[in-house]
Design a protein around this ligand. Structure first.
Ligand code: TYD
Length: 140
């Protein structure tokens, strides 16, 4: 079965002879949510996967601001894969989407813009639970 759509948002990059700068600003119309939290993942040992959870309500934009991050998204019906390796492209991750960051290149930095404050009760960390919740949501 096919997985969820991969929604990649191009971020305006201001480049000149000095390098590049990307800005994401509240009210700029880019994101379908207001940013309430920012975090980043770095220093991931080679071969180490991360994520392996879904969120009930949280929306996120994930950006590989350095290096390359391979991501799998799963909506309970299928899996989609995407490689993030452009600091001027963000991956939109909707609620109720299981995500796995399956590979980080050495030195990769994965920046996440998030719609909610950190809330452990928003996490679904068990894949079987996630499948059960998505089945109930789809009325299956
Ligand atoms: P974790 O959810 O395991 O990271 P991953 O995205 O790889 O699944 O989070 C690692 C640790 O960081 C865990 O102890 C929870 C903490 N954490 C916060 O304190 N605030 C945050 O915003 C996030 C995302 C995690």
């Amino acid at each position: 079965m096919s997985g969820p759509p991969i929604v990649l948002l191009p971020l305006a990059s201001h480049g000149d002879g000095r390098g590049n700068l990307v800005a994401v600003e509240a009210g700029d119309g880019l994101l379908p949510f207001e940013i309430r939290r920012v975090y980043y993942i770095y220093g991931v040992p080679e071969g180490q996967a991360r994520g392996m959870h879904a969120h009930r309500r949280l929306r996120q934009l994930m950006i590989a601001v350095a290096g390359r991050v391979d991501v799998v998204l799963d909506d309970g019906c299928g899996r989609s894969e995407v490689t993030l390796d452009d600091p001027a492209v963000g991956l939109l991750i909707p609620p109720m989407t299981w995500r796995e960051m399956t590979w980080f290149s050495p030195g990769a930095v994965c920046l996440v813009l998030a719609s909610e404050l950190y809330d452990e009760s928003d996490y679904i960390r068990d894949y079987d639970d996630f499948r059960r919740f998505t089945k109930n949501d789809s009325g299956a």
